[in-house]
Design a protein around this ligand. Sequence first.
Ligand code: PGA
Length: 254
Amino acid sequence: MRKKIIAANWKMNMTQAESARFVESFLRDLGEITDVEVVIVPPFTAIAKVIEALGRAQNIKVGAQNMYWEKSGAFTGEISAALLRDLFVHYVVLGHSERRTLFGETDEIVNPKVHAAHEATLHPIVCIGETLEQRDKGNVEKILSIQLRGSLAGLKPKELQETVIAYEPVWAIGTGRNATPEQAQEAHAFVRKTLREMADDATAERVRIQYGGSVKPENARELMSQPDIDGALVGGASLDPRSFVQIVKAARER
Ligand code: PGA
């Protein structure tokens, strides 16, 4: 049984004070939760504050939104896996579509980052997804296959099992227009089939695949009741602690 994983991708939002207020309110409304894993992914500047505010809250981890693959050195403006581990960060989002489209990240850039994350025992959340044009041309599977095989090339089965994949159709990110549960399930099933081909059945069964793209309290339950949807990567709706709590709670109800 795969434990559902819900991540809050705050993107370039939330000051330290706002982050602390969010965590306080979130913990109060969430109560004890052990059957769903929650990941908060603040901007770098608020990571330490979020960790401090979480205290010993169970089953809530912290992630980063990006990193560079080198261990250390003259790379102005970059941050390494080791520096993130130093802050007790557990997850790192890699290859988000905003990084791909706005900052020129390709699978060739994402792949060494994924390897560097595993070497430092950080768990990558690797984002893949097609644009509307690619979907309209009937190329969803082709694009997902290329991104998966490129971003995850050379990973051992154990590393693959510790990798989270986020299927985020680009046309659904920040648009208010989510994939239907059927569209999402179809893509997730294809991702799992590809993982089976890349590794083996047992590995593919263990990998958690999140859906991302306009997840809200109103659509979370139906999306996450699909057999191959193991959680959500939430942008906009994760900035409000009340709506994020509702999404986490939706993941508990099967
Ligand atoms: P959204 O963003 O929930 O605002 O669509 C999702 C994401 O970019 O991860």
